[in-house]
Ligand binder design. Structure first.
Ligand SMILES: NC(=O)c1ccc[n+]([C@@H]2O[C@H](COP(=O)([O-])OP(=O)(O)OC[C@H]3O[C@@H](n4cnc5c(N)ncnc54)[C@H](O)[C@@H]3O)[C@@H](O)[C@H]2O)c1
Length: 252
């Protein structure tokens, strides 16, 4: 049984805790003390409001499902404590200096940083961009005003530019862009649209290169607990956890 320390007792944290099978969440940490106590009681874990104490618990892996701030603040400490980590708030890795330093720390300490596929599909073979020519790589994301916490107006383009610039303006909406950028080892072109006629979180990927061309379209159902988060993202981290101890590795 894999033991998990969870940072973030929100929407994704709850879905992970509800799907425990080959892993057990034994320690939980959140900045909101009331939430962490209630969550710990409900799922039989130990609650922590002190991060150092949380990290000292004997867990196999730490899952961050909290915020870019949490990933930025704690990822180094987690690796330094000799633990592997799963990062859900991938936007934190858009900062080149931070990401390179983190990866170097993991390399030195022989630790792994896992990034779940999250709210997107196709990350497996998009990695060919690391070794072969790419001519076009565009992510077009379309969300409802509710998902973006904005006033409804007609279909509007909110952003067009590079993923690393998008993260500065729309930090909660750049996880997919950053995951694609890391997979392909380049700063992907991003368009972010708001559409009052769309009730799902839609990601369209246009990928062309030496291999041929691909078009991937994902229409995600928003999570019941947080419309900004696609339910697929929570399913994705659950699947990653399920496969951690599986000797047969597929799609990697
Ligand atoms: N990789 C992807 O494709 C993908 C997809 C969807 C969401 N996400 C990211 O996953 C994260 C969690 O999403 P969610 O829907 O569960 O959010 P949520 O807001 O429902 O829950 C987040 C929880 O983390 C806690 N938290 C926030 N900052 C913290 C900190 N610094 N230290 C400790 N706890 C902290 C909050 O109090 C809250 O309980 C978000 O950052 C979101 O952007 C990633």
């Amino acid at each position: 049984m894999i033991t998990v320390g969870l940072i973030g007792c929100g929407n994704i944290g709850r879905i992970i805790a509800s799907g425990q099978k080959n892993f057990k969440i034994t320690a939980v940490y959140d900045i909101i003390p009331g939430i962490v106590e209630e969550f710990a009681r409900e799922f039989g874990a130990k609650p922590f409001s002190d991060f150092v104490a949380f990290l000292s618990e004997p867990t196999d892996i730490i899952v961050e499902a909290a915020s870019i701030a949490a990933a930025t603040e704690h990822a180094q400490e987690v690796l330094q404590a000799g633990k592997d980590m799963i990062i859900m708030s991938v936007g934190a890795l858009a900062n080149d200096e931070f990401r390179l330093h983190l990866v170097e720390t993991a390399r030195m300490l022989k630790r792994k940083i896992h990034i779940p596929s999250g709210a997107v599909m196709g990350l497996d073979n998009i990695r060919i961009g690391q070794i072969s020519r790419v001519d076009k790589f565009v992510l077009r994301t379309t969300k409802s005003p509710e998902s973006l916490s904005r006033e409804a107006i007609g279909r509007t383009r909110l952003f067009s530019g590079k993923a690393h610039d998008c993260v500065l303006l729309y930090p909660k909406n750049t996880n997919v862009a950053e995951s694609l950028s890391i997979a392909c080892d380049r700063d992907v072109d991003v368009e972010l649209w708001m559409d009052p006629n769309e009730d799902r979180n839609v990601h369209e990927i246009f990928f062309e290169g030496e291999f041929g061309e691909a078009y991937i379209r994902i229409r995600n159902i928003p999570s019941p607990g947080n419309p900004a988060t696609s339910y697929l993202a929570a399913l994705s981290i659950l699947t990653l956890l399920k496969n951690l101890d599986n000797p047969l590795v597929i799609g990697a």
